[in-house]
Design a protein around this ligand. Sequence first.
Ligand SMILES: Nc1ncnc2c1ncn2[C@@H]1O[C@H](COP(=O)(O)OP(=O)(O)OP(=O)(O)O)[C@@H](O)[C@H]1O
Ligand SMILES: [Mg+2]
Length: 260
Amino acid sequence: MIEIRHLYKMFGESRVINDLDLTVRAGETKVVIGRSGVGKSVLLKCINGILKPDYGSIRVEGREVTGLNEKEYNKIRMEIGMVFQGGALFDSMTIEENVAFVLNEFMDLSPREVRIKVEECLAMVGLHGMEHFSPSDLSGGMKKRVSIARVLCMEPKMIFYDEPTDEVDPVTGDTIDNLIIKLRDQLNVTSIVVTHDMSSAYKVADSIAMLYHGRLIADGTPDEIRNSKHPVVQQFINGKADGPIADEEALLVGNGRMIE
Ligand SMILES: Nc1ncnc2c1ncn2[C@@H]1O[C@H](COP(=O)(O)OP(=O)(O)OP(=O)(O)O)[C@@H](O)[C@H]1O
Ligand SMILES: [Mg+2]
């Protein structure tokens, strides 16, 4: 469904994505893990065309998308639902207006059809009857689910979730994980889930890829990742302060170079 080859994205001197290869199969949930600032959100934004990569190939359903203009890209974006880190809801609009926004913008539907679609999508994420609330009335977990409902109403083939369980308690996080699994199984969507929450990663993933220094250092089933011999992978998945990541940072500080 998605094939990335030799992808590069620079910001000034910093090579955030550095010769990255990644394949996402149709119908699978691919989890991308990695430290804060490693380029996970940048990767998603390169695939859906919010950011332009400097070099490399991104194929979506066999079609090269890196050279497309904005108008052509909009067609691809209709197929990729993006659940943004932080939700990106409009605070001045009701839940119904938030979910209906893209439908009103891009689809030729009657007000009644829009209302029915919004109701369906809110029901799918367990928020039936919340149409007239405002985002500020909702908990963090509910807001995440509204942003998932907003994406669902476009009937996307692919959904990208950027840190879906960030800033919610573990029980709410588990509810969101269950929702991601349900959408894969019932709607057969292909998903990329970016996270540093390892319990969520193991639960939702068909496969897990780890980003480090702009490229993949591991890609495999949850069990393969758990049993990876790579010391950086082991340090990350076990959340240890000591290990090669810390050693390398100490070395960079010693050399007087900036680190995050
Ligand atoms: N538009 C931009 N302009 C300049 N630098 C950027 C831009 N977007 C991202 N970066 C830089 O690229 C690097 C990777 O950012 P990114 O947001 O992808 O990290 P991340 O892996 O998603 O981190 P987190 O887990 O904290 O969300 C960071 O150093 C960031 O400062
Ligand atoms: Mg991010």
